[in-house]
Design a binder for this molecule. Structure first.
Ligand code: MN
Ligand code: MN
Length: 475
């Protein structure tokens, strides 16, 4: 899909479809005020009206789609409004959009228009060939073009993450994920390294190996780096990469298991973020590490009571084989910490606890570093991805006490999001660290304004925002 900017007005632009916002109680111009009165279109958010051009109309486009935007709107409202109508734009090869905030317009079109239909036998519907963003006089300004180019890169990254998460688990086993990462890294000139099961054994990655033990598809660790300029510092990202989570011997119910192809969303997110960092040419270095394993049932499965030894020598008694995400993340964080990045951030579809606490809109963030947590929440606010902090409540660490190992991997049902974070902390080597738990927000069973049901790609835009602000601060 091409995106272009045009200085022409809504009346002047020639396109198959023209999309125009209508504020509540306002005349959209184009000589359509009378028609809107006839059909009681008031401009409330969610109202839409599609009109073909008739003789004498004061616009050149083949049809006009009027979109109610209520009292008007900031860029978040624009992104959502454009996202909502985006699925229907596919019927028109060229679409002109007369909304403010070009970056939000491009993100809305791309995210809202996202489809994952490669597994359907029926031919795909049409696609938008060109989106023309009407920006008035400054269409040619460098800042405008950069803004749109940035939006395209970020939307590409969200799409990349969504595609990985939506891919059925049989077609995305750990080494498939590694292959996708290699291909992506090759395309954008990133450094990539994959540790296979043999290298994981040599390297002492007992958590990843233990979780992947029963799978016919061996585990691996994927590392992709954007070097940055070497002086602006480096951020270490770890993303949970459980390509399918059956629960292991503590097997899940069918209802709980049915969406578990999504359990590598943390890894997909971090791969997408490093891709965007490279394409945006950020000066800051970014290293993404994805511990990838399939948590399955079988004769070689890790048993409740087994003890695993992690990368940093710490031991875990596995008292719940379904609390596997923290086992693989422990190895990944310990490994990342060895190269002493300035901060560590991990993302994981980790606990039901965060679902009960924060629901389907809000991503949980937990960390010991006040500054980092605050910066991430601020980045989420700028991206329109709400986050809320949950406590790293020290006294609960007692619940992880094991009789036979340094810790056990679950501490009961209460405050499990906090317990999981407390489990991970000893693997962060005292570095500034924040943990994102998006067990609910990464994968939804219903459509939103910014995409269909399934993978959301949430946190990609937030983390890119964070890296950009950190790059600016360091510049
Ligand atoms: Mn699990
Ligand atoms: Mn899991």
């Amino acid at each position: 899909m091409e995106v272009s900017l045009s200085p022409l007005s809504a009346a002047e632009i020639a396109a198959d479809l023209l999309v125009v916002p209508v504020r509540e109680g306002h005349d959209p111009g184009l000589g359509l005020g009378g028609v809107l009165g006839q059909v009681r279109f008031t401009g409330q958010t969610g109202e839409e009206l599609l009109l073909p051009r008739r003789d004498g109309d004061a616009f050149r486009a083949g049809a006009v789609l009027l979109v109610g935007v209520g009292a008007g709107g900031d860029e978040h409202a624009v992104r959502r409004a454009v996202g909502r109508i985006a699925p229907r734009l596919a019927d028109y090869p060229t679409v002109a959009i007369d909304f403010p905030h070009p970056r939000a317009v491009v993100e809305g079109v791309r995210l809202g228009g996202y489809r994952f239909d490669g597994y359907k036998s029926a031919p795909r519907r049409g696609t938008v060939r060109e989106v023309i963003v009407l920006t008035g006089e400054d269409a040619g300004a460098d800042g405008r073009r950069e803004e749109v180019e940035r939006a395209r890169i970020v939307a590409d990254a969200v799409t990349f993450a969504r595609d990985l998460v939506n891919t059925p688990a049989a077609d995305l086993v750990p080494m498939d994920l590694a292959d996708r990462a290699r291909t992506m890294a090759g395309t954008y000139g990133l450094d990539v390294r994959v540790l296979d099961a043999g290298a994981l054994r040599e390297g002492g990655f007992g958590g990843i190996l233990g979780v992947g033990a029963a799978s016919a598809n061996p585990p691996c660790l994927i590392e992709v780096s954007h070097p940055g300029d070497g002086v602006s510092g480096r951020v270490g990202l770890a993303g949970k990469g459980i390509t399918f989570d059956s629960g292991g011997l503590a097997i899940k119910s069918l209802a709980a298991m049915s969406t578990m192809k999504c359990d590598m969303a943390g890894g997909a997110t971090m791969l997408a973020v490093v891709q965007a960092a490279a394409r945006l040419g950020l000066p800051i270095g970014v290293t993404a590490v994805v511990p990838a394993a399939e948590n399955m049932v079988g004769g070689a499965a890790t048993r409740p009571g087994d003890v695993l030894t992690h990368r940093n020598g710490r031991t875990t008694e596995v008292t719940d084989t379904d609390s596997e995400g923290r086992l693989v993340l422990a190895d990944a964080l310990a490994y990342l910490a060895e190269s002493s990045p300035d901060v560590l951030i991990d993302a994981a579809t980790l606990t039901y606890s965060v679902m009960h606490a924060l629901g389907e809109d809000i991503t949980g963030v937990i960390g010991g570093d006040r500054g980092l947590v605050g910066e991430l929440i601020a980045a989420g606010t700028r991206a329109g991805e709400p986050m809320w902090e949950l406590p790293l409540w020290e006294p609960y660490a007692e619940r992880l006490r094991s009789e036979v190992a340094d810790a056990k991997n679950e501490g009961g049902n209460l405050a499990d999001a906090t317990i999981a974070a407390l489990f991970l902390r000893p693997f962060t080597a005292g570095l500034p660290w924040a943990h994102l738990d998006f067990a609910t927000t990464a994968y939804l069973d219903k459509a939103t304004d910014l995409g269909p049901a399934g993978a959301t790609g949430v946190m990609v835009r937030t983390l890119v925002e964070y890296l950009e602000s950190r790059s600016r601060a360091g510049a």
